[in-house]
Design a protein. Sequence first.
Length: 270
Amino acid sequence: MTAAVAVYDRQRDRFTVERDADKPFRAASVVKLLIALDHMYQRDPELVLEKAKTDEARNDILYLRAMLRGSWDYAASVFWVRGGYTDIVKRMVERIGLKGTNPPEKPGMWGYTSLTPHDVVRVYRHILDDAPAKYRDFIMTNIHTWEKCGEDAWNQSFGIPRAFGKPWSAKQGWSAWGATPPPGQDCSLGAARTPAGPPVPAAKEDVVDLSSPLLHTTGTVGKDDRSIVVVFSTFPKGTTWQEGSDRITRYTRALLPYVPGARPGRPSDI
């Protein structure tokens, strides 16, 4: 397992852990935070379902919910196209002041946006402290009401959800494990509505690893979202989902003494 980590204490305004935190990784579904935020800035949409006045507005709210809670790839693709593909990343880099984030070389492949742990901390700080209240509340409410089963039927209860006790929020990322789990290994509540994403290209020499299986766990931990926790990880080909999930969870759990406001997780917290 190759890992990079950043833990930030919002109350004391300082990092408590930084390891390779400027190392870029392909973002996978973590980029959905930027996709959602950019959609809100560009359209200032109604975000309360009961107040939406058109079918399109209601559908957009439901798509945003599914994208943030269950990591629905189809919804991300809809907003990615609507927002101008890589223009989304460029706008967010400028607005938030991201330093190690770059759009994908192939504009259609949003999951190949590159992000660093430091930049993900900047994204969460922007959402929590700078974004309009209705954007903040919508995003944070939905990642606090995270769903164990991803829309592609992979079990996304790795890292933060298993390592820490509530309250926490989580926006997970995964890539190169296959479109859906092998028969008999799917998460029982996963809808498996659409494939997990585009095929993974052959490995090549590059700053960003575009081929290895990866698991990312990001979110907030503790009362009032005190700590921001970001753990990016990649694994050798041939690693099973269970092996990868267990490794990143053990790694994340080891951070407990350095995550202000955190307490040990229990099965009931998932």
